[in-house]
Write a protein that binds this ligand. Sequence first.
Ligand SMILES: [Zn+2]
Length: 604
Amino acid sequence: MKKALFSSILWPIVSALVIMGLLHLGGDFADIHSYVQPRLGAGLLIFFIVSFGLNFVMDRNYLKILLPIAVILPLLWMGTFTWAYGFASLPEKKHLGDYYVLGGLLFALPYVYTSITGRIRKLKGLWTFIAGLFAFFMLLLPFIYIGYYILFGGEMDMFAMLAVRSTHLKEIKDFLRTMGSPAHIIMAVVAFLFVVSLATAFARRLMKKARSFEGSYLRGDGKGFALGLAVISILFVGGFYRQITHVFPASMIRALNSKGSEFSLLQKLSDNLDKNVKTMAFVLPDPNSGIDEGTHIVIIGESASRDHMKAFTPDYPEETTPWLSEMAKTKDFALGYKAYSNFPNTLFSLSYAMTSASQYGDSSFEDVVSMVDVAKAAGYYTTWISFHNRSSMSSAGVTMIAERCDDSYWEKNYDGYTLDILKRMPKHKKQVIFINIDGSHYTYIARVPVNLRDKLGVSAGDKYHDYDLTIAYDDLVMKEIFEYAKENLNMKSMIYFSDHGENMEHYHTTSPFFYDMVHIPFFVYLSPDYQAAHPELMPVLKAHENQVFTNDLAFDTVTGIWRARTNFYHSKYDWSSKDYFLTMDNATTFERKKKIADDPVWKK
Ligand SMILES: [Zn+2]
């Protein structure tokens, strides 16, 4: 009894520590707090339940004898996804715990299955076949996942599925080209046969060990143990069945097919952008007849909250924005002190911001074009620099738009690496550069290079030290971009807005919703010569500094500032236009469900 209790407690703890150590090596789990996630907790709980269940019901020797086989599938699954989330930067880390839950249950299945079927003398071949079939699928799925990654250099996920299902021709061509070559077909057949033989070997060994085991599989002969076996069988098989529908690939397939899902929004957007761009026309003056040479920069932030930026919130105790605070005093910058995100998540917020869709006008994504299409039509060379994962659900909308650019850079690096890219990318006389920084995305500390962490002026005692560090770091990054572009790229404008803000307890989510999740920074810089060429712009921008802005109007504002106005542009949505219509009375967020006027900060 004592032995069983000891083993029950020891195994889950050892396994959890090993996993935590591995994740720590991956870099995104910087400290003990990063492990505090509900699904990781669920994983640990399942480890304990499985450990107690097996140790108290099964015979000790049987547990040992089957161990080398029972660990194979859980190690494969947990290993694959520990790598995917911890080392290959798969985002949405909250799902990682699901794979540990699955791993725990997967470990228990060989034990309960053999305890039930191992002593049945009839249909021996059938029991082995069922075990083999099961092993085949459970071996195949991680192999598909890894194989896809090797072939395409990215995770197989929603965006990949979207690309395959929609008319994203380039992706489909790539797919066929890679898959269609004889070498790949032979490789696929070999891999398939390999998995079949592994599954066969797995099932044969499993059943052989079980059948040749002498004595009882259970710890004792009493009725209690038989009942215990029944309970853990139902528990673990049922648990497994539930869990397998919540992980790859079932989770993905289900999300694809649900109506009104984020996926269906993307599907629509993807189809419509191509269609609508054909109906796009410039309103006078035609930018091609006299648009300025030079560079426009649009920086898209991530989870940045203006509440933590001293330039926007002067009484904030930490000096998080030394550069921007200085710039705000000049005549070349206008800051949106009442800027809001249109939605508390990346996908929706940026789908609105980067297209002509808005809460106040066309919110259907039916008749919209993107900022990128406008820039291209106006004769700008367009480049997209991103520090986000190219293929993830949260960035799928923006990826789709990013890939409409003439050129794109997908970097797995710190935001400061932007400077290196700017220096090495080809120069163009008329260009728009979009920079989608990784900003302040959770896990905060992982966004800031180690050697800068104690040099950014954020005090060690700051309650929000890690988050504020990301803000201070990006202030430095923006300073570097600004100074380089001013000196070397003939920069005309630099516009920055974040996708959404961040609540220090709940991050950013639709439920629960807090207004600080939509408090975003927003600023516009215009070079002195651009101001001279368009003297009406800066006075209006300055006059609007304290007028509310929601970032779904970024399309009209940015294309308005570029002087690249199309039939999709509305001057009343343009923060730089004297026709700008948004006020505290009509401004909303969360797809018009929340009024900006209801933000508690205005009640004080
Ligand atoms: Zn975001």
